[in-house]
Design a protein around this ligand. Structure first.
Ligand SMILES: Nc1ncnc2c1ncn2[C@@H]1O[C@H](COP(=O)(O)OP(=O)(O)OP(=O)(O)O)[C@@H](O)[C@H]1O
Ligand SMILES: [Mg+2]
Length: 352
């Protein structure tokens, strides 16, 4: 299906159902299959993603959690078609959006899906806002480009969007510049821009990391409200397990470019199978406590140029045996919807 096909089907679905329904026949909005990405550097290849599988349903919040360098942003930029190719190379895999492989779309078609079908909010909004363009111009540009709105209507819509994300006095904000906004306000503005063209899917890549705890909470509540209101599927990326717990329906844990465990949120937190997930949970005294960060697992995520053989986690794993250094563990389903990739599952448990 061409991107026009996707957009038309989407529009038709919205008209018929009054919602952002229209995911592919199996109920999934996004299906990532065996996505493998490396960076070709002068000194050698860095394997950033080693066969990722990930699903997102409409109106679902899927949390992707992992330490720094584990491949979260490579995943999000790859979905958005914003990976710098080269040096990046997509070795294999598919990213099906409503059944259409985004990796096979032409660049103009990809550009049309960006913002209109799938949007992204990054950690540092300041980096992505144009400092010399008034806020109103930045939002209306998107509305004109994707929705064909004429200027006055677009400006009116921009005002509505700012109110929606909790920025009152929208008229004053629209005629101002990004530097006049605080960090929390900039992030709200980025979210307003991201949802301006009514996308069916939002990627939030560490959207609250740069904010203090109170603002973090406000932004998380905003994302929950928007999901409710617009039935958007959200891929919520964070290194903060407590934040992920707060918002997600399903959680996937990524380690050195591979999803090591995935399950419904409560199942993952109550019955973690992978030693890495267990250690992550143990590193947080109270998983419900906000503002806690992943920490205190001895060692660190290997960089993409030096991924250990076998299970990449084995040098840090208290349960590792010989096989872990030799063979990559297959991903297996241990209960409905609960997958993990570890040779040692069921053999021992780490007790707290
Ligand atoms: N442009 C690039 N060139 C070379 N290597 C890269 C590039 N971008 C990412 N990588 C490597 O890919 C791996 C994954 O990086 P990524 O940015 O996805 O991590 P992350 O999980 O988002 O980390 P963080 O929590 O710090 O944002 C890392 O080893 C990183 O060094
Ligand atoms: Mg990142």
């Amino acid at each position: 299906m061409s991107v026009e096909g996707i957009v038309k089907a989407d529009t038709a679905d919205r008209l018929v159902n009054g919602s952002a329904a229209g995911e592919s026949g199996n109920g999934r909005l996004l299906e990532i299959r065996d996505l493998d990405v490396s960076f070709e550097l002068a000194r050698g290849a860095a394997r950033a993603l080693r066969g990722i599988d990930l699903d997102l349903h409409a109106a679902e919040i899927h949390g992707l959690v992992g330490e720094s360098g584990s491949g979260k942003t490579v995943t999000s930029t790859c979905i958005m078609g914003l990976l710098p190719v080269p040096p990046a190379r997509i070795n294999r895999g598919r990213i099906l959006y409503r059944g259409t492989d985004l990796l096979e779309l032409s660049e103009p078609d990809r550009r049309r899906t960006r913002g209109r079908e799938i949007s992204i909010v990054f950690q540092e909004p300041a980096k992505y806002l144009n400092p010399s363009l008034k806020i109103g111009e930045q939002i209306t540009e998107m509305l004109g480009l994707h929705m064909g709105m004429e200027r006055n209507r677009a400006m009116e819509r921009a005002g509505e969007l700012l109110e929606l994300v909790g920025l009152p006095n929208s008229r004053r904000i629209l005629s101002g510049y990004p530097h006049e906004l605080s960090g929390g306000m900039k992030q709200r503005m980025m979210i307003a821009m991201a949802i301006s063209c009514d996308p069916s899917m939002l990627i939030a890549d560490e959207p609250t990391t740069a904010l203090d705890v109170t603002l973090q909470l406000q932004i998380l509540n905003l994302i929950l409200k928007l999901r409710e209101q617009f039935s958007m599927g959200v891929l919520f990326i964070s290194h903060d397990l407590a934040v992920v717990h707060e918002v997600s329906d399903r959680v996937s844990v990524i380690y050195a470019g591979k999803i090591v465990e995935s399950a419904a949120r409560d199942r993952l937190f109550n019955e973690p199978l992978h030693p890495y997930t267990q250690l992550l949970l143990l590193s947080i005294p109270d998983a419900q406590k906000r503002g806690q960060r992943l920490k205190t697992i001895p060692g660190r995520v290997p960089d993409a140029e030096h991924t250990p053989a076998g299970c990449a986690f084995h040098p840090r794993c208290p349960l590792a045996e010989d096989i872990c250094a030799r063979e990559i563990p297959p991903t297996t389903e241990h209960a409905a919807g609960h997958t993990a990739a570890c040779h040692m599952i069921g053999k021992k448990w780490i007790s707290s």
